[in-house]
Design a protein around this ligand. Structure first.
Ligand code: LLP
Length: 414
């Protein structure tokens, strides 16, 4: 499942001891395993080999250029949501024809650049956006392609902040309105509507919501065909859940077995946009214990990594396993693992049973590869952590730790 394992009671990333990496590169430190990263991509591709989809890795999960490049080299396309992500995608060497672009708020400048680069298509989230893309394409003298993002109104059974396919969410277009737009398609002279897109949420651990959404959209495709509207692509989004704690998410194979027949039946070329499934368990955050603090009510393990490095616990109450770098047989105790930031929400774990650690020890916060560094910030003027990638017995810095000069680079002192 991943390459962060204990050998002789020491935590390793592939063939390298995590403790050595922490000492060499300092903490907080994001460590990624190349093998885990690429294996997850390959596993998904294998599971779906019967339909050979274009797997567009979702850049927002972890947008480091080296991560993107590793996946692009294996044949991945990329799913982007901003001009910045387009810039990264191109820099990482992704062919424009393998880039799909979602987001409810694409700006004119972003749309124009994406059209000029010749991306595969936009996932369009509203009628005004479609009009805007058509107008900009006309100005540029191009015909560009779009998929309509459908809001299928299904319950993804995940955290309410990361569910996107309910009709009360800001994403996508309801089926009735999408139908009306498709009937008007000839009005958009510089846009070719070539597909449909769905993405119902993230960290979805059962296949049922995916099946429900695909069934709805398949029936819609049939209805369109009966009206002579032919499409080429179905983009089924991302959302596959992973193991953080005791979840038992569907495997790639089970997911594929459940939905492949439905997808085949559409006759369309399939695109998918997984983020977390590919990179989530390929990364850990290593942090150093600064102080152990006992209060009348609690024990706090104060570490040098905070909510600015990994915001998921603070934002979603997300669970990340926390391991000591040396497997310890000493007793464990309940504690809150907290960062140095001036907010009570700055925690990595609450009331967690953790092996007794002392100042100077390191902890590994597991499964932080997705939405870890990519959601990090400089809050409290903290420097963003370094990122390193391990492959077998080699390690490479893929993002330098920031410096104080980086902090004020764009500020004026006047
Ligand atoms: N496609 C679209 C249109 C998306 O909005 C997303 C994620 C994905 C694909 C990739 O989803 P994934 O396969 O990674 O589940 N920050 C949250 C997750 C937000 C997901 C946003 N959209 C977290 O840390 O849990």
């Amino acid at each position: 499942m991943h390459d962060f394992l204990y050998k002789n009671n020491n935590l390793y990333c592939e063939n390298l001891k995590v403790q050595d990496l922490a000492v060499r590169f300092g903490t907080p430190l994001h460590i990624y395993s190349y093998n885990t990263l690429t294996n997850h991509f390959i596993k998904l591709r294998k599971a779906f080999s019967a339909i050979d989809p274009l797997i567009c890795y979702s850049v927002k999960a972890n947008s480091n250029l080296s991560i993107l490049k590793a996946l692009v080299e294996k044949g991945a396309g990329l799913d982007i949501v901003s001009g910045g992500e387009l810039f990264r995608a191109i820099k990482a060497g992704c062919p424009a024809k393998k880039i799909v672009y979602a987001s409810v708020g694409k700006t004119e400048a972003e749309i124009a650049t994406a059209i000029s680069k010749g991306i595969l298509f936009f996932n369009v989230e509203s009628l005004p956006e479609l009009r805007s893309i058509d107008r900009i394409a006309r100005r540029l003298g191009k015909i560009t392609r779009v998929a309509i993002r459908i809001n299928p109104d299904v319950e993804a059974k995940t955290h309410k902040f990361i569910t996107t396919g309910k009709i009360t969410n800001k994403f996508g277009i309801d089926l009735n309105s999408a139908y009306k737009i498709l009937l008007l398609r000839d009005e958009f002279k510089n846009v070719s509507i070539c597909g449909l897109h769905i993405h119902i949420g993230s960290q979805i651990t059962e296949s049922a919501p995916f099946v429900a959404a695909i069934k709805k959209v398949s029936a819609f495709i049939k209805k369109l065909e009966s009206k002579g509207i032919k499409l080429e692509y179905l983009n089924i989004g991302g959302g596959l859940g992973i193991v953080y704690d005791s979840e038992t998410p569907q495997t790639a194979q089970v997911y594929a077995d459940e939905i492949t027949p439905l997808l085949k039946d559409t006759g369309l070329k399939i695109i998918m946009e997984p983020g977390r499934f590919i990179v989530g368990n390929a990364g850990i955050l290593v942090t150093k214990v600064l102080y152990i603090k006992h209060t009348p009510k609690k024990k706090f393990i104060i570490v040098d990594g905070g909510m600015n490095d990994l915001i998921r616990p603070a934002l979603y109450g997300a669970h990340h396993n926390i391991l000591t770098l040396r497997k310890s047989s000493t007793k464990s105790e309940k504690a809150d693992v907290v960062g140095p930031i001036c907010e009570s929400g700055d925690f990595l774990a609450k009331e967690r049973k953790i092996a007794c650690v002392k100042e100077g020890d390191y902890l590994a916060v597991m499964s932080s590869g997705a939405y870890g560094f990519s959601m990090s910030s400089n809050y409290n003027s903290r420097l963003r952590a370094a990122e390193v990638m391990v492959s077998k017995n080699k390690v490479r810095v893929i993002r330098k730790r920031e410096t104080y000069a980086d902090l004020i680079r764009n500020e004026s002192n006047g």
